[in-house]
Design a protein around this ligand. Structure first.
Ligand code: ZN
Length: 187
C-alpha cells in the first residue's frame, strides 16, 4: 500500500511524487553532473523517473518517489532516517537498497553491486535498470570530460554485469537498457 502511517505528511500519490522531486532538488542543489556541460544533478533522478513512468509506463508513485530520491543518501548528507520521516518506511527501504556503502573502496562497492543485485527487491531492481540506462545514455552522449575511451567502455561493461542480475524483472526496461548499451563507445 502506498500510504502507510509513516506517510502522514503526504496527501495523495501526485503530492508524494512532487514532494520527492522537491526534496531531491533541494538536497542536490549544489551538485552538478560530471559531463562537460556540468548539467544540474537533479536532471539525473528526473531522468530515472522519466524512464520508469513515461518510457516503461510504470504507474507506481512510491517507486517513482524512490527513484527521485535514489541518490540523496549516497551523494548528499541525507540519512535514511530522514527519508523515513518524510516519506515512510517503504520508500526509505527502497532507497536504502540502492545506496552504496561509501565506507568501502570504489572498486569494492562496484563489485558488491554485481554480487548483491539479484537478491534485491523488485523495486530496487527497477531503479537499478533505470539508473544504469540513464547513465549509459549520458556517457554515450555527453561523457565526463576526463573519461578516456577505456573508462567509458569499462563503465558499460560493469553496468551490463549489474543488469544481468536484474533480468526477468521487467522486459521493457531491459529492452531500454539493451538499446542504451548499443551505444557502447568504440575506438
Ligand atoms: Zn543514480
Amino acid at each position: 500500500m502506498l500510504l502507510n502511517e509513516n506517510e502522514k505528511s503526504v496527501s495523495s500519490p501526485v503530492a508524494l511524487v512532487v514532494q520527492a522531486a522537491l526534496f531531491a532538488a533541494e538536497r542536490h542543489r549544489d551538485q552538478r553532473r560530471k559531463n562537460v556541460d556540468a548539467t544540474p544533478y537533479i536532471n539525473h533522478p528526473l531522468a530515472l523517473a522519466s524512464v520508469l513512468s513515461i518510457e516503461a509506463q510504470i504507474d507506481d508513485p512510491a517507486l517513482i518517489a524512490a527513484a527521485l530520491l535514489h541518490d540523496t543518501v549516497e551523494d548528499t548528507q541525507t540519512t535514511i532516517d530522514e527519508i523515513e520521516d518524510h516519506f515512510g518506511s517503504k520508500i526509505a527501504g527502497i532507497v536504502a537498497e540502492v545506496t552504496d556503502d561509501k565506507s568501502l573502496e570504489k572498486e569494492e562497492r562496484k563489485r558488491k553491486q554485481v554480487e548483491t543485485v539479484s537478491k534485491k527487491s523488485t523495486a530496487a531492481k527497477l531503479i537499478k535498470l533505470a539508473d544504469k540506462t540513464s547513465n549509459l545514455r549520458d556517457i554515450a552522449s555527453s561523457p565526463p570530460a576526463d573519461w578516456p575511451l577505456e573508462r567509458r567502455q569499462a563503465y558499460f561493461d560493469w553496468a551490463v554485469e549489474v543488469i544481468d542480475g536484474c533480468r526477468g524483472t521487467h522486459p521493457m526496461l531491459e529492452e531500454l537498457f539493451d538499446a542504451a548499451f548499443q551505444a557502447r563507445p568504440q575506438s
